[in-house]
Structures are given as C-alpha cells and as structure tokens.
Design a protein around this ligand. Sequence first.
Ligand code: FPP
Ligand code: MG
Length: 325
Amino acid sequence: MREAQRRGAFYSLVEGELDQLTRRLRDVGRGAHPTFAAASAHLFGSPGKLLRPTLVFLSSRFGPGARSSVIVDLAESLELVHTASLVHDDIVDAALVRRNVPTVNAVWDDDVALIVGDYLFAKAYALAAVLPKPEVIAMVAQTVFALCDGELTEVSAPAAMPTEAQYLERIELKTASLYAACCQGAALLADADPEHVAALGAYGTSIGLAFQITDDVLDVAGGSDALGKEVGRDLAEGMPTLPMIYAVEEDGGGDLAARIVARDKGPEEIRDLIALITSSRGVERARALAQRCHDEAVAALGRLPATAERDALGGIADFIMARER
Ligand code: FPP
Ligand code: MG
C-alpha cells in the first residue's frame, strides 16, 4: 500500500502507455508453443515494478515524437530483454523465487528456462528490428552485449574480492546499461534534443548503479519476505558485492574475504557472515555510494527542462533509494 502510494506520482503520468504495455506483455505467449505460452503467462501474470518501461515512456516525453506506437515497441522490447536476462540469471544463480513467485527453473526446469529466455530474447529483438532508427536498434543489441559481458564477468570471476572499481564496472554492464538504454533510446526515438538525450543517458546510468548497489545491500540486509526473493544468495554463491568489499576493508588481515568468496557454504555460515557484514560499516558505506549515484542522477536531470516528467524521473530516483525489495 505504502509502496503503491509512493509509486503513484511517477506512474500516473504514463498510466495509459503502461496499461497498453501490460496488455501486450500478457499476450506475448499467444499462439506460441504451449510451454512458452504457460511460462510467459506465469512470468507476466505478476508484473514487476515496470520501472524500465516507465523510464521509456517518461523519457520519450522530452521529444516531439512521444506517444507514438514505436515508443511502446521499445518499452516492450527492453522489458523482454530484462525478463529474458532474469530467467537466465535465475538458472545461473539456481534461484527458486523471484518477486515472491517461483522462478521458471523452479516450476519447470533449467532446460525449459534456458529456452524460454531465448524465446523472450528473440521476441525482444523482433520488436527492436522494426524500430525506425538504426541507432536505437544498435543500442538494444549493445545493451544485450553489455548484460552478457557483466554476467560473464560475474560467473567467470576468480574466487577473490574485487576492487570497488571492478565491482562498479561489472554493475554498470549488467544493470546500468539497460537503464541508460531505456532513457536514451526513448529520447532518441522521440527526436529529443541531443543534449537532452545525453542527460537522460547519464541519469539512466546513475540510477542503474544506485539500483544495483541497493539490490546488493538488500541481499545482505533485507528481509526475504519484503524482498520477494531469498536473502544471502550472493553469499551462497561466493559473489562479493559492495557492502562485502567495504566490510573486508575493515577486517584488516582477517579471514572474512576468504569466507565470503568460498563456495558451498551452509545456512549457518551464511547467517554468520550476514551478521558480520551488517555489523561492519559496509552496509552504511554502500548506501552512501548509492546516494551519491542518486545525487548524480538528479544533477543530470538539472540539464532537462523543468516539466512534470522531469519531476517524475526525480521521484523514480528517490523510490530506488527507498525501496525495500
Ligand atoms: C541480475 O543480477 C542479472 C542481471 C541484471 C543480468 C543477467 C544477464 C544475463 C543472464 C545475460 C543474458 C541476457 C539475455 C538478454 C539473454 P543479480 O543476480 O545480481 O540480481 P537478482 O538478485 O535480482 O537475481
Ligand atoms: Mg540473480
């Protein structure tokens, strides 16, 4: 309820487009293979926060070409890229729950989830391929490269703590690139002024970084019910995130780093590590960096005309910082 109220302000401006998009997403599996139809009904029966499409619709309003159907095509394409990447990521992470519902790999199995992700990705590209601007089509492809590079960096990382810079590079690829594409791609498609396109791209990158840092903080310091997915997944996989990097800095010559990057931990070790990390200044310092990214996003908005849409984008930046899931 509280979340619905907080959301209201920035969703309301683009409600019509969001309804259109939600209907389209519900139809994604229509006429396709019955397993894909069932899996996509499962995925889009409980839509997520729809932050990315909201960013597309709001960003498009900075150009004269807003409200055209191609903007909805871009929003759908990028939401499908996002969903495909999560379906694949849940296989990689062996995650059983997302958004409080069982993952595709949990309901069906890894093989089905792999192909459902491919199918969604192909649908996304079919939509992108007919966009009227080749530079936006290229941007969708570049974003998928970035997601794959980020994910590959993550899965092939050595069992060691990364530096803060390495961590930021990874999350820029795997998360912020998509946020930037939503904002920049929509502004380009709507023929916005190039300076506004650049400002929206910078805003998208910064809120994407803030989003992922917050996500990583919630994985160690959130509650699993509020989060809608299991906590401690990053620790379970030995995947070091920003609060852990900072906690290790405080640990001096201790064994915290080795314990974090170890694979195959039991639930007790994960609980112990969560207690150690949350009692260090790691969480607080990670939240402070997320706040700096938020502030950079707000500064980028300062380069845009003062409109209700700009205020709504500011509201999204605040929502990302305040979210509990
Ligand atoms: C979630 O990260 C994962 C991503 C943001 C990107 C995943 C990208 C791929 C699997 C590459 C393949 C892409 C396509 C389009 C087929 P997380 O595990 O930190 O977040 P979580 O806690 O929400 O799972
Ligand atoms: Mg994951």
